[in-house]
Ligand binder design. Structure first.
Ligand code: MG
Length: 408
């Protein structure tokens, strides 16, 4: 199986820095998107470090799940060396060849993978985000989630904890299929129907990636936006010109990376997932939550062992300056330590002194939803303030006709 790839990334129209990064490595047939977070440009460092470690790990023959865990370790290690980088993190969504006629997608965070098959767009990954949790709990509809002001808060990322749960999606593909990897800067601004229309319309992956970025910016460009588009083809492009376009558009973020052994594009498949046939006419991604989670085990043990009080109590705090929700009580109860529940893409320096107080005081909540609602309100305030700041720093555009899809 071979791919023709095109990719594009842009800072958007509100942010000052681009913390997104992508990786297109044709020799390894490795493609990835990472969306970094953290103050003082730490997000840029996190996304670049994750992709560099991912590539090195895949090049050494690791499975995609192991490579993402190695990338997590690399981000954690980098952050531990430098106080400016403490608390940085990144999403990571990557695709590699899988079994003979398939690919495997490894995924953490709220970047996404989609496939266009027979003209139909299908989302392949689940967002690890606050609103997606609320959708799964039945508290929000998908339509409400799409415009929810807290939709950029993620609940799983690289760089947060040494134990990392990686989602794996194994997917059979055939010639003519088109795969999209993108950061949330695309999906919060552009509805799936328009994404599908662009992916169907644009013949070349590089042009499709550019048009997707254009669409996000036209809708307001509230966030950094990145798209990697892959076409599944029978053979490599034969014309020199076409190959050159693909190569140029697919500039990897890691230009200085050393040469690595050439892998055939049908690289050995990661061994964990079992190949499976498509179910039904419209194929469904087979999603496998791999990995035993020490964190989950601890949660289960704690749930059984401690009393009602500890089970029902949550508290918010700063952990490495990152806004964090713990289950349990500060300092532990009956010897059981609190367990990490959520890490939010907000750092201490983004909060006003008044907003910091509940986190410094480790405010307790009687339920998860109460705590999540509180975190959402804080995030709303910060987001509104930062968006206002971003807009004020820009000249009014000609005609003043900027549009945004963000609910106020
Ligand atoms: Mg983003």
């Amino acid at each position: 199986m071979r791919f023709v790839a095109g990719a594009a990334t842009d800072v958007g129209r509100v942010r000052d820095d681009n913390e997104d990064a992508y990786l297109v490595d044709k020799r390894l047939s490795l493609f990835a998107v990472a969306d970094g977070m953290g103050g003082h440009r730490a997000g840029e460092v996190a996304s670049a470090a994750a992709l560099e470690a991912l590539r090195a790990s895949i090049a050494s023959g690791d499975s995609i799940a192991d490579a993402i865990r190695n990338a997590n370790a690399a981000v954690l290690e980098k952050a531990s060396d430098d106080s400016e980088l403490m608390g940085m993190g990144t999403t990571l969504t990557a695709v590699v060849p899988g079994s003979e006629h398939g690919v495997v997608i490894g995924h953490v965070g709220d970047s996404r993978a989609y496939i266009v098959h027979d003209g139909e767009l299908e989302q392949l990954t689940d967002d690890h985000s606050l609103v997606e949790e609320l959708v799964r709990e039945g508290r929000l509809t998908h339509e409400q989630a799409e415009v929810h002001p807290q939709r950029s808060i993620i609940t799983r990322a690289l760089g947060i904890d040494a134990a990392l749960e990686v989602d794996l999606v194994e997917l059979p593909v055939q010639t003519g299929d088109r795969i999209l990897l993108c950061s949330d800067g695309l999906t919060i601004m552009v509805r799936p129907a328009e994404i599908a229309s662009i992916l169907r319309r644009e013949a070349h992956p590089a042009q499709a990636a550019e048009r997707l970025i254009d669409a996000a910016n036209k809708a307001g460009g509230d966030d950094n936006v990145t798209a990697v588009v892959l076409d599944v083809v029978d053979v490599e492009p034969t014309s020199e010109a076409e190959g050159a376009v693909a190569a140029e558009a697919a500039t990897a973020v890691l230009d200085e990376a050393p040469d690595i052994d050439e892998h055939p594009s049908t690289a050995p498949a990661p061994s964990e997932p079992e190949p499976r046939a498509p179910a039904g006419r419209r194929r469904r991604a087979l999603k496998m939550a791999l990995i035993a989670l020490p964190v989950l085990v601890i949660l289960v043990i704690a749930f059984v062992a401690v009393g009602w009080y500890a089970r029902r109590t949550y508290f918010v705090t700063f952990r490495d300056d990152q806004v964090t929700l713990f289950k349990g009580v500060p300092g532990g109860l009956l010897g059981w330590d609190p367990t990490l529940e959520l890490t939010i893409d907000l750092t201490r320096d983004q909060l006003t002194p008044a907003e910091r107080t509940p986190f410094e005081d480790e405010r307790r909540f009687g339920s998860r939803s109460e705590a999540v609602t509180f975190l959402g309100e804080v995030a709303d305030e910060v987001e509104a303030r930062e968006r206002e700041k971003g807009r004020n720093q820009r000249e009014p555009r000609e005609g003043g006709a900027t549009t945004t899809t963000v609910a106020s």
